[in-house]
Design a protein around this ligand. Structure first.
Ligand code: IMP
Length: 198
């Protein structure tokens, strides 16, 4: 089997998280662990349809992967939406991070007084049979004037969650899990999953 962290598919109740991002995987794991939900990483490229709706992007990829790999899968699509930039980079966050990067975004925010932004994570769970479900989470905050901190990934060094004074990258994993869009979305999934599948 291609791209899997563990090749045995013994446990039918394992949820396979389709991602190539080790940080996203660890964050999901930390959130689902206390609910007794076991995930594994399915490290295959996910199909990304062109849409401004993160939920639609996650749903399409999840349904396709569930069908193709004949198992229950999770797909998460996320992005950073900056108010002063009319929601940019939003669904293009991954591309923008890979091209202009954190410094490029800070430059775009040069002179901007209003620095509000939010992260959104949209999560879809799909099985080969049955309808898919979607969950989402948002973390509200501001864009810092310069990058700070070394932990995490992506735009973590410039995002300060509301009510705090440090970036996600300065805060570490407990801090991230307390405020993050991903933790919110995965907790919603966990509550639904525990209720419907146990
Ligand atoms: P995708 O969900 O794989 O399309 O990637 C989303 C992109 O948004 C990532 O490559 C990051 O640049 C950014 N992003 C999403 N979530 C986070 C986060 O928790 N921290 C920092 N950047 C994030």
């Amino acid at each position: 089997m291609h791209g899997e962290e563990d090749t045995s598919q013994s446990d039918k109740r394992t949820l396979w998280f389709v991602t190539q991002n080790a940080h996203k995987y660890q964050e999901a794991r930390r959130t689902l662990d206390p609910f007794g939900i076991r995930i594994r990483k399915l490290s295959i490229p996910k199909t990304e349809i062109q849409s401004v709706d993160l939920g639609d992007i996650a749903k399409f990829a999840a349904e396709e992967a569930a069908e193709k790999y004949n198992r229950t899968v999770l797909v998460e699509d996320s992005g950073l939406f900056v108010n002063a930039l009319n929601g940019f980079p939003g669904p293009y966050s991954s591309y923008v991070h890979a091209t202009i990067g954190v410094q490029g975004l800070v430059r775009l925010m040069n002179q901007k007084l209003r620095r509000e932004a939010y992260f959104q994570a949209s999560l879809a769970i799909a099985s080969p049979r049955g309808a898919s479900q979607e969950f989402s989470g948002r973390a509200y905050g501001t864009i810092s004037h310069k990058p700070a901190g070394k932990q995490g990934f992506g735009f973590d060094p410039i995002f300060i969650p509301k009510g705090t004074r440090k970036t996600f990258a300065q805060g570490g994993s407990l801090f991230k899990d307390r405020y993050s869009h991903r933790a919110i979305a995965f907790r919603k999934l966990a509550l639904w999953y525990v209720k419907t599948k146990v």
